[in-house]
Design a protein around this ligand. Structure first.
Ligand SMILES: Cc1ncc(COP(=O)(O)O)c(C=O)c1O
Length: 309
């Protein structure tokens, strides 16, 4: 059988576009040596970049906390993403964008003052976390023995390049044949999944752990909370224990890569009826509609940037 060849991507690094095979950073970059940097994952739906201003604000906030000076404005970074999207032909298609800001090139010591200039990397490609049937039937997930990063260390609200905890949890899920792993925090409250926020529905209310429980302030989470409020579905950010998860009427995860995905089993227990629930399905539809009707058209934005506006 003939192998379908994937189009070669162009990747942006510090002002230049490279063929993907030529897109390289220094082995002395502290992003590589120490996980010193921040990143974002965004989506383009039908050629429109979804809520980039919120993603960039989160990236800038995280960078500020780790004292990483980001010299690019939000507009400049959005222009870069739109440029890379257009270069890779995503002017009217769905895509996934990765924006990485590293501390930049330094030396073998971990002191960041050896890194005079941060690096900006932008990749636009595609991603699919789960097969379509998981969106129809719901995921079977497990809780992991690994705790969510403690707020007494690097704050878990920062989308930093340190994802080893999340990777360990994902490996654990893989080992047990679960589709996702749910973290509890250091106090035993539900925090979130490895790259998604967690929601439950109980007695008609949509509940999600507060950011202070160790959840990343997800853009999809924020959008779903707004959509629920607009649909007059009561919402609440509140601490939850495992018993709340096991006893939920419905459960779902939200994330840029995952979108909104129902969960129907947790640690071998059936959630609700064992099928994606009514409120989950309503929110999936509302979120899909939002992604189709909003966002910055990448082609227009790129054309405006090229013409000097
Ligand atoms: C740890 C973690 N939690 C939650 C999320 C979901 O956030 P968002 O909806 O902004 O993608 C992500 C994804 O970026 C993540 O990495």
């Amino acid at each position: 059988m003939r192998k379908l060849s994937r189009m070669k991507m162009k990747v942006y690094i510090d002002g230049c576009l490279y063929d993907e095979s030529e897109a390289k950073i220094s082995v002395f970059d502290h992003g590589l040596l120490y996980g010193d940097g921040v990143f974002e994952g965004m989506r383009i739906y039908g050629g429109r970049l979804f809520r980039p201003e919120l993603h960039i604000a989160r990236l800038q906030q995280g960078a500020k906390v780790i004292q990483l000076d980001v010299p690019w404005t939000a507009d400049e970074m959005i222009d870069v993403i739109c440029r890379v999207a257009c270069e890779n032909g995503f002017t009217d298609k769905d895509a996934y964008c990765r924006v990485v800001v590293t501390r930049g090139k330094g030396n073998l010591g971990l002191d960041p003052s050896a890194c005079p200039k941060p690096s900006l990397i932008a990749i636009v490609g595609t991603i699919k976390l789960y097969p379509e049937e998981d969106y129809q039937n719901g995921l079977a997930v497990m809780t992991t023995a690994i705790r969510r990063n403690s707020p007494e260390s690097c704050p878990p609200q920062i989308k930093s390049l340190n994802y080893l905890n999340n990777i360990l949890a994902k490996l654990e899920a893989n080992r047990y044949g679960a589709k996702e792993a749910i973290f509890l925090n250091h106090l035993g409250y539900v925090a979130e999944a490895t790259a998604d926020n967690v929601f439950i529905v109980k007695n008609g209310r949509v509940l999600t752990p507060p950011v202070l429980a160790g959840a990343l302030p997800g853009i999809t989470r924020h959008s779903v909370l707004e959509l629920a409020a607009g649909l007059e579905i009561p919402t609440e950010e509140r601490n939850m224990l495992l018993i709340d998860l096991y006893g939920a009427d419905e459960c779902f995860l939200t994330g840029t890569a995952a979108k909104v995905v129902p969960v129907t089993r947790v640690d071998g227990r059936t959630i609700g009826t064992g099928r994606p629930g009514r409120i989950t399905r309503t929110l999936v539809s509302a979120f899909t509609k939002l992604t189709q009707e909003t966002g910055i058209p990448v082609a227009e934005r790129n054309a405006a940037a090229l013409s000097g506006r």
